[in-house]
Design a protein around this ligand. Sequence first.
Ligand SMILES: *Cc1c(COP(=O)(O)O)cnc(C)c1O
Length: 365
Amino acid sequence: MREVGCPEEDLFSFLSSKRREDLGYRNILSSMCTPPHPVAARAHAIFLETNLGDPGLFPGTAALEDLLVRRLGTLMHHADAGGYATSGGTESNIQALRIAKRQKSVKSPNVVIPASSHFSFTKACDILGLEMRTVPLDAEFRMDTEAVDGFIDNNTVALVGVVGTTEYGVVDPIARLAEIALDRDVFLHVDAAFGGMVVPFLDSPVPFDFRLPGVSSISIDPHKMGMSTIPAGCLLTRNPDWFACLNVDTPYLTVKRECTLAGTRPGASVAAAVAVLEYLGMDGMRAVVAGCMENTRRLIEGMETFGYPRAVTPDVNVATFSCDRMPPGWRVSTTRNGHMRIVCMPHVTRDVVERFLVDMGDIDA
Ligand SMILES: *Cc1c(COP(=O)(O)O)cnc(C)c1O
């Protein structure tokens, strides 16, 4: 550190210069994050100093966390679901598998997950000492449910399905997985970190949530399609009591026990997540999602006109293509299989899609 502090103006000119090195979201087509909704930013500012790790000191903020869990639980068709606000999908997935592991005491525990799963499961399995059994995908990049049964044995503590895969934006056959989970008596965790804030707002949503009796827990991220500030995730469980198995004693806090992974936890991004849900309501979210899906369809149509076929027809707003050219100035990403991947987040407006297509046309010319 400096011996003597830096003048505020110099400091902020330094910080601003660093901030200018960041890319604006304008040309970013590769991210599952998006600029926060204005009400999220406004709410965040009000709750800057709040710490949900010591909820007795911040009962108002803690009530907002309860409201977030209740709203998302209701969205997942289980108003009395258990849950808490996590730092995102990674923490939610780790905690879900921790609960599953606690519920079944076996010598060499394993989890059965689709090959399309997010890399957070690699971390979770490493931390929790779980063998990761990877189930292959079908031709449309969904978990091959025919194969699932063969991967489950007496040491399987959890089965995982994904709603809105990170790479291809497809939804695993959760209804089928839920049947298998009931049949084999296995904990089913649904990773809806991305799709949880998309699928419920589609015209004809496929059931993937607590309506299916086999579903045990769900990850859902307000900091992706929920347009909250970062970090805002949520883990929901069918039975609120399941979190008790994660409790540790917290002698010097206002609560005696906590089940969260993080200790000090931001209230600001939780208030921001609540703000967006309250402000937009179902109607507003449907409009946002309808716009993103429409832009996804337009992008696919435009790319196919140039001779770049879709890799799959996505269930959510992620488009993938057989295309190895990228117009300069744009950020797109590439999947493990080498497909171009574009996430049509709210900042990827129709206008942005059209500009991108014009630039794609130009590199072909
Ligand atoms: C983004 C994502 C995650 C990880 O969430 P973070 O918030 O980045 O920790 C997990 N699973 C899926 C399906 C995701 O899309």
